[in-house]
Write a protein that binds this ligand. Structure first.
Ligand code: AMP
Length: 280
């Protein structure tokens, strides 16, 4: 924990303004909504320090990874750190595997230790800023993070409950290249209260198709437990940041192209790469 404090303290600043990004993405005044008032960026030239919240399966990894490429900051997913540790067959791996495969959270101390190590390694490489995905997941983690650094923005991704389970069960990774795909096709009809929602599958290219693996904690029973734990332990973290004026709510409207475009609009960012490849 001390390491996290030291590392993050070094990154801490106090002055912020409404964001004015430049370089590879263009700017224009954000649309006037209370939510956009929270989109802030540091004024001292350091990179953004953002957090992604949201239920399992909502797509935190997808959007955090895209934004990290766009903004040139590391995407740090604590779930990946846990899986790396688990696969390393080190002293903690058996204990971790049991916790993860039951859909439970690992201890705050352990996760902070793993995150500290990751930040330390990044620091040594000259990284600055971050997009955290899957951390903080408890009020204690949020308090520790808040105590040691300024988080500029917390994006709360939201998706209807009925789509979350299907998305977790459809998740696949290529064991060779690490590419992430989803074989689920979400097609929810409109009802009196909610509009229709369509999320097409994200299918792998043919060279990955025979190498797909499923996460061991993406079974129906475990996903339901992870959703229950999210509601119990992580939902209060949303309120923690809402009270501090840092929470940006984003309801995913559909599949990745539609959602990515809308998210960029909300953040007042422009993805020139994406536009170029769409035009090609
Ligand atoms: P994820 O890939 O984010 O779904 O995380 C996979 C698993 O890693 C979770 O179900 C937890 O067991 C563990 N984990 C990841 N991040 C945290 C965290 N911030 N606190 C506690 N456990 C975590």
């Amino acid at each position: 924990m001390a390491v996290l404090s030291r590392l993050l303290r070094a990154r801490t600043t106090t002055s912020y303004t409404i964001r004015t990004f430049s370089s590879s993405y263009s700017t224009s005044p954000p649309p006037s909504s209370p939510e956009n008032d929270v989109i802030k960026t540091p004024t001292d030239g350091r990179n953004v320090q953002w957090v992604f919240l949201g239920c399992p399966g909502v797509g935190k990894g997808t959007y955090a990874s895209r934004l990290s490429k766009l903004l040139g900051v590391p995407h740090i997913a604590t779930g990946d750190l846990v899986r790396d540790e688990l696969n390393s067959k080190g002293p903690l791996s058996e204990q971790l595997s049991e916790i993860v495969n039951q859909g439970k959270l690992v201890s705050d101390n352990l996760i902070i230790n793993l995150l500290s190590k990751r930040l330390e390694a990044g620091d040594a490489k000259g990284e600055s800023g971050f997009i955290l995905d899957g951390f903080p997941r408890t009020i204690r983690q949020a308090e520790i993070l808040e105590g040691v650094t300024n988080i500029d923005l917390v994006i709360n991704l939201k998706l209807r409950e009925e789509a979350l389970l299907a998305k977790c069960l459809g998740r696949r990774t290529c064991s060779q290249c690490g590419g992430n795909y989803n074989v689920a096709c979400i097609d929810i009809k409109a009802d009196n209260e909610k509009p229709a929602m369509y999320m097409p599958p994200l299918l792998p290219p043919s060279h990955c198709a025979s190498k797909l693996i499923t996460r061991s904690d993406d079974t129906e029973e475990v996903v339901k437990e992870r959703l229950r734990i999210y509601n119990e332990k992580s939902r209060p973290v949303e309120e923690f940041y809402r009270k501090r004026g840092k929470l940006l709510e984003f309801d995913l409207p559909g599949g990745i192209p539609e959602s990515w475009t809308k998210l960029l609009q909300l953040l007042n960012l422009d993805d020139h790469e994406d536009k170029r490849s769409a035009a090609a």
